[in-house]
Design a protein around this ligand. Structure first.
Ligand SMILES: Cc1cc2nc3c(=O)[nH]c(=O)nc-3n(C[C@H](O)[C@H](O)[C@H](O)COP(=O)(O)OP(=O)(O)OC[C@H]3O[C@@H](n4cnc5c(N)ncnc54)[C@H](O)[C@@H]3O)c2cc1C
Ligand code: SF4
Ligand code: SF4
Length: 1019
């Protein structure tokens, strides 16, 4: 069944028939009523249900359907329908829970798309009332201007919603200073499953049903006083079970400053099992104006753990965090391009562990003094010169980003063994931390595995996930390790569930933690608030076994369908050793999909691709906010297709729909912490889709452009008529699907490939003193020849002997060299390979001599460093890739080597500020620093980098009528407004599509950096 057939505005009856046929009658009725009675999205296709069957845990439970309410009151409507039909309800925010809290049968209600407003900000009282679907970063971004923030700073702050955070009683890195969610929630309005909306706030002021609930829980607390006092862990970080102790506080930090009971605290940590949150009132904190960070380097892990208790006493109230990053994590970070430089700023030599110690407040001088005290303490403890002092904000912020990505970094291990979340947040008193971590490490060793340690040393909640292979003996080992870990937790009087909640994974441990009497009391609370047992049943009360493989993502029946891939995925097709983390040789992992499935399975659902503010990933999700259009939604769809859980597999309409808005920007290749490379996957999938369904006319037209360009350019007037006659543009749209609203690139009779600039011969460049080979692509060669000429002129002015790469074969008369990008964009891998092969053969002799091959269009040149390496082109692809560089990369490197003095002497000063937009592929390869450095070769150049994701044009994507609106919205997210704001600036963009989008959206001419430099050469 196609998603769109269910979510499109078809009749409720049709919806019923389709859903009932595909699922069952109840599902059909549910979908029909939701469709009739609400305006929300009713997602009941197999693909949608599959996408909502997982969160960031190991579990998978397929829901009956998904509802995305458009208006908050529709949540109540959906609940009423579920009540009538006796369908359970699973509330959901960002779906980043690690224990399976959001996986469940019934109707998943996703609040994150529309139910995300700030309802009331009261700065005088220091409170804010929000809807549950708002993400923490979004809330804090809007609070920043007022000098306040909501300080429960979970690592998933960009994608975690306040409703989900309250559901899980989440805790941030700075909980030592601010406490957990429960310490920061002041009130909640929530629906009980019988439909009554209650105001949960101060118990003493409560009335009616809320009062009666309070009285009921109070009486249970009194009844179980002795068990409460003897069984309740006395640590800050205890999130298991219901907060029965609101009436008899057991937490080391009281839930309220005045000790009064707040009934909303009963819902905090209840994981959506007691009530559905309509809004939350939160306590705000003053945003500290200053922070300093001391990074303590340890050459022994034990020592680091042992020191935490002493460090935690520093700061007289200004200490806000003590966070651990261990050796494995440091090593993994060093291997990830986005993090390597940052982690180097924090380490001294080869530490076994580092502790990030933060002090925050309003007086920077005082904080610097605290930092000195940390240095002194470490000296006293026999560790002089072990602290990297970070006083400036930027390096601190960068390092926190690495720490926040901790789990994701760990998850980048290839192979079936993965770090598994089930004991990753046990909390023990600080004085036992060193012994506890030591003993647990031995448990891991005993079971032939290891764990990477990181996170909240300040509060004794260290994250650790042993590596287990959940398709093989993982579940048994998980049980055994859990038993032994729990014994340690008990020995050290800790909390088994200290941060990430209970869900499916720790439900069965609630009774272990609190004893049967309190477990029974929890059952009574559930029964009292949700007698219909509609809200996430069988979770905190009557939970399943944690190792029930029928509830797992890679459960007993998980099997990959064999397929022959077009690209080489063997790098993922490996096994790993849980104890050493070593992987076997590429291609040895026994993946029936030749590595593609294992590449797809790298997605652990953490939801970083739902971020809005940093990096490039994921432009389409940023526009639609639909799960299907996040990298996660796409990866899940592919996993379902590859494992036979989606009829039609890779060729199915569901897969096509999921990838339709993927612009191939490679943002995920760099920004996804586990390196899910959806751009490459899209090429592979399109290859399979084309094989079954054929190639659309538009793809034939666009992909063959490099083949016919030399002929078309001979009749420019004829070819350009389409741009001049609107009726022709409309006709072309109806025939090809390419929007009449977009102009097409203009053909020119005179272009680079037939111009007089010939450069030196191949023979000459091989023996030249300053040789360089210029590879000019189709777009800069035919449509924007001024860029190619400019590059030639700049390189010549810098004293290089420039050879222009051209075909060596005689079989393609008149044709230029091409990387095959246009074919790759539509999944035509074999045709792309033909072109790439000719290009590589032409470039190989120069690469073998170590001569740089310089390109201008990022997407073309970088194909040589990316897709060319996985098309079966052999060693020559590696040799050429090693020497293929973008124009600005070449100049930046040469400048560092002192080779550009001649060029610099000629450049005239900049007259205007310069605004720079990076092409997504430039960003994916981390090349923005090069272009910035090269622009700065121009005297007095002031360059501002626009913080933008994809421009939205992305090859042919933005030309297509079906994508026009999304394409424009991508550009409007940041890029175009930034350009409009600076009318006097000169705009630099290296991508031909980016320049087109900028022109269409702002009527401003953006230029390639080569042209910018050439314009600053004397005429
Ligand atoms: C990489 C990674 C790092 C993490 N780091 C941290 C961390 O530092 N600290 C931390 O505490 N956690 C952390 N987590 C766990 C998780 O991100 C947090 O618990 C987060 O707050 C969950 O938010 P969410 O919006 O994704 O909630 P979801 O997972 O969608 O939901 C969480 C719970 O809340 C319930 N819920 C959601 N909305 C409602 C509603 N309207 N009414 C009633 N119940 C509702 C759900 O049913 C579920 O039980 C991490 C997870 C990952 C993957
Ligand atoms: S695609 Fe990457 S960023 Fe997104 S959820 Fe999966 S692993 Fe996380
Ligand atoms: S390639 Fe770009 S659009 Fe596609 S999933 Fe990755 S980040 Fe999103």
């Amino acid at each position: 069944m196609n998603t769109s057939t269910v979510s499109a505005p078809n009749s409720a009856l049709e919806t019923y028939e389709q859903v009932a046929a595909a699922s069952n009658e109840v599902a059909g009725l549910l979908a029909k009523r939701l469709k009739t009675e609400t305006q929300g999205e009713v997602l009941f296709s197999a693909a949608d249900r599959g996408r909502y069957a997982t969160d960031a845990s190991i579990y998978q439970v397929t829901p009956l359907g998904v509802f995305v309410p458009k208006h908050p009151e529709e949540v109540a409507t959906a609940m009423a329908i579920c009540r009538d039909l006796k369908v359970p309800i699973v509330p959901r925010g960002g779906g980043t829970s690690q224990c399976g809290q959001t996986t469940g049968v019934g109707l998943v209600i996703d609040h994150s798309k529309h139910v995300r407003n700030i309802l009331n900000l009261d700065l005088k009282e220091g409170t804010v009332e929000v809807q549950p679907g708002i993400a923490l970063d979004a809330l804090n971004a809007s609070l920043k201007k007022h000098g306040v923030w909501f300080p429960v700073d979970v690592s998933t702050s960009a994608q975690a919603t306040l409703g989900g955070m309250a559901g899980n009683n989440s805790c941030g890195s700075r909980s030592i200073a601010y406490g957990n969610m429960v310490h920061n929630v002041l009130g909640a309005k929530a629906w009980l499953s019988d439909g009554e909306l209650l105001d949960f706030s101060q118990f003493e002021n409560s009335a009616g049903r809320a009062r009666q609930i309070g009285e009921f829980v109070k009486q249970l607390a009194v009844q179980h006083q002795s068990d409460l006092q003897s069984h309740w862990p006395k640590v800050l970080r205890r999130v298991a079970g219901y907060n029965l102790d609101i009436f008899d506080n057991q937490n080391v930090r009281p839930y309220t400053p005045d000790g009064k009971v707040n009934l909303s605290h009963l819902l905090v940590g209840s994981e959506g099992t007691l009530a559905m949150t309509q809004s939350l009132t939160l306590k705000l904190s003053e945003l500290p104006s200053s922070k300093v960070l001391g990074v303590v380097n340890f050459n022994s892990f034990y020592k680091a753990m042992d020191s935490a208790q002493h460090i935690a006493k520093l700061g007289s109230g200004t200490l806000t965090a003590v966070e651990l990053v261990d050796r494995t994590m440091i090593e993994l970070s060093l291997k990830i391009p986005a993090f390597a430089a940052t982690i180097r700023t924090a380490i001294i030599g080869d530490p076994e562990a580092i502790l990030l110690v933060e002090f925050a407040g309003s007086d920077k001088e005082k904080l610097k003094h605290e930092l000195k005290q940390l240095v002194a303490l470490m000296g006293d403890m026999g560790l002089p010169n072990s602290v990297v002092e970070m006083v400036d904000d930027a390096p601190q912020k960068n390092l926190w980003e690495v720490r926040k990505a901790g789990l994701n970094i760990m998850m980048s291990l290839k192979g079936d063994g993965k770090p598994v979340s089930f004991i990753e947040d046990c909390a023990v008193p600080l004085e036992h931390l060193a012994e506890y971590t030591d003993a647990l490490t031995q448990v891991f060793q005993k079971h032939g595995t290891k764990g990477t340690w990181y996170a909240h040393a300040s509060v004794g909640t260290l994250h650790v996930r042993p590596i287990l292979d959940m398709r093989r003996d993982g579940p048994q080992k998980m049980r055994a390790i859990a038993e032994e870990a729990s014994a340690l937790v008990r020995k050290y009087k800790g909390a088994y569930s200290g941060e990430h909640g209970d869900g499916l994974c720790r439900g069965e441990w609630i009774e272990w933690q609190f004893g049967p009497a309190i477990q029974q009391a929890f059952g009574q609370i559930k029964q009292h608030l949700d007698p219909l047992n509609l809200l996430s049943p069988n979770r905190m009360v009557n939970p399943p076994k944690m190792d029930d493989t029928s509830l797992m993502r890679f459960g007993n029946n998980y099997k990959i369908i064999p397929i022959q891939t077009a690209l080489d995925w063997s790098a993922w097709n490996v096994h790993n050793d849980a104890a050493t983390e070593q992987t076997t040789a590429p291609g040895t992992g026994q993946d029936p999909a030749q590595g593609l499935a294992k590449a797809v399975e790298m997605c652990n659902n953490n939801g970083t691709c739902r971020k809005f503010d940093a990096g490039t990933m994921c432009p389409s999700f940023r526009v639609t906010r639909d799960e299907v259009h996040a990298t996660r939604g796409r990866a899940n769809t592919l996993r379902l297709a590859l494992s036979g859980q989606l009829q039609g597999g890779l060729e199915s309409p569901e897969v096509k729909e999921a990838l339709d808005l993927c612009v191939g920007c490679k943002g995920c290749k760099r920004d996804c912490p586990t390196g899910v490379d959806m751009a490459r996957m899209k090429i592979e999938v399109q290859h399979h889709y084309n094989a079954k369904h054929g190639l659309p006319l538009k793809d034939t037209l666009i992909s063959n452009l490099p083949r016919y360009a030399h002929i078309a350019s001979q009749w420019p007037r004829l070819m350009n008529l389409r741009n001049q006659w609107p009726w022709l543009a409309r006709l072309a749209e109806s025939l090809t699907g390419l929007s009449a609203e977009r102009s097409w690139p203009e053909w020119k009779k005179e272009h680079f490939f037939n111009s007089q600039r010939v450069g030196v011969s191949a023979q000459e460049v091989l023996t030249a003193s300053k040789p360089v080979v210029l590879f000019v692509d189709t777009f800069n060669g035919y449509f924007e020849s001024e860029n190619a000429w400019a590059a030639f002129d700049v390189l010549s002015a810098a004293g290089y002997q420039v050879h222009i790469a051209s075909r060596t074969q005689q079989d393609a008369p008149g044709q230029h060299l091409c990387c095959g990008r246009t074919y790759l964009a539509s999944g035509q891998v074999s045709k792309a390979k033909e072109h790439a092969q000719a290009l590589l053969e032409a470039l190989l002799p120069f690469a073998q001599k170590g001569i740089a091959i310089v390109g201008l269009e990022p997407s073309c040149l970088l194909t040589l460093r990316d897709e060319s390496l996985v098309m079966g082109l052999g060693d020559m692809a590696d040799t050429v890739a090693a020497h293929a560089v973008l124009f600005e990369e070449f100049l930046a490197t040469e400048n560092k080597a002192g080779q550009l003095d001649a060029l610099k002497a000629q450049l005239t000063p900049a007259q205007k500020p310069i605004l720079l937009h990076g092409h997504c592929h430039q960003k994916a390869f981390g090349l923005m620093p090069s272009i910035t450095q090269v622009i700065q070769l121009i005297p007095q150049a002031k360059v501002d980098l626009i913080e933008s994701s994809c421009c939205g044009m992305a090859g042919s994507f933005g030309y297509e009528a079906s994508h026009l609106e999304v394409s424009k919205q991508m550009a409007e997210a940041n890029l175009l407004p930034s350009i409009r704001q600076q009318q006097d600036a000169c705009v630099v963009a290296d991508g031909t599509s980016c320049r087109h989008q900028i022109m269409d959206g702002t009527a401003r001419e953006a230029m390639h950096v080569a042209l910018l430099l050439a314009q600053h050469l004397p005429k």
